[in-house]
Design a protein around this ligand. Sequence first.
Ligand code: GRG
Length: 297
Amino acid sequence: MSSSLQLRLQALRADIEAALTEAIDSATCSNPSLLASSRHSLVAGGKRIRPVLAVAAFEAVSPSPASPFPFAVSSAVELIHTYSLIHDDLPAMDDDDLRRGVPTLHKAFDEATAILVGDGLQTLAFQLLSESTELSAGQKVRMIQRLAAASGFSGMVGGQYVDITSEGKEIDLSELESLHAMKTGALIRAAVALGGIAGSASEVQLEALDRYARHIGLAFQVIDDILDVEGDTATLGKTQGKDEVADKATYVKLLGLDGAKDKAGALLDEALLALENFGESASLLCDIARYIVARNH
Ligand code: GRG
């Protein structure tokens, strides 16, 4: 990663973290220990790729914005993502002990707490959007609809269900692609779309952003499969090698390591092509796409 991108991401992440901390600190909850448990997963780290994507999409469509980026948007997306990781780690799902370099929430506390924290973070996301004073009523409705659709039956939850029910079955490349388009891709697309809506993007701009997001969403998953083989637990902050143990269908299993790397490269090219009409304003989106494909965790 170039040092200028590193500095830019560092500054952006500081704003994203501050907004997330504020969101959880100002949440109304009669039980402080429930909020303390929520902080365990939420502020444990994480790359914050989805919130950064929302900011970058905002920048691409409003290079000299009349108003600053509304951070409720990035927080909402990250709250949904963090909830999904907490629930994914539960014994009934992926049954994992380590996430973001710390014990998973049900290990640090207990399963009931992990389920409730996930539920609470999910609903807080929609509360933040609906209560934002920086968004118009029209923007709020579009964002809530987009985020709900990406998170629920037609997106992440639906994809997770297909993933769980496909375990032990042979699935082909197109089935794997549609599973991941729902499970991981839908929220990445929503992050980009919400950033675009926040920047009052035109329909043509939203379509180009979505083409970009579909390709990097898939590339993100291909790289995740590669890292499960080539990464190490300490750098990943989560257990490495789980896909092979669970005999999961992955891009590496279906395409081989080199084939999966080629696929990630081709998806990156397509993502960058989608941005060609934006010019300089999309430079952060382009940098993030390259980072997603080059990442080691
Ligand atoms: C439980 C409804 C429900 C859904 C879970 C997202 C998901 C669906 C499961 C996560 C399983 C997993 C490891 C998928 C691979 C891609 C992925 C989402 C990785 C984690 O995202 P990162 O790498 O995590 O952005 P950080 O910690 O950096 O935020």
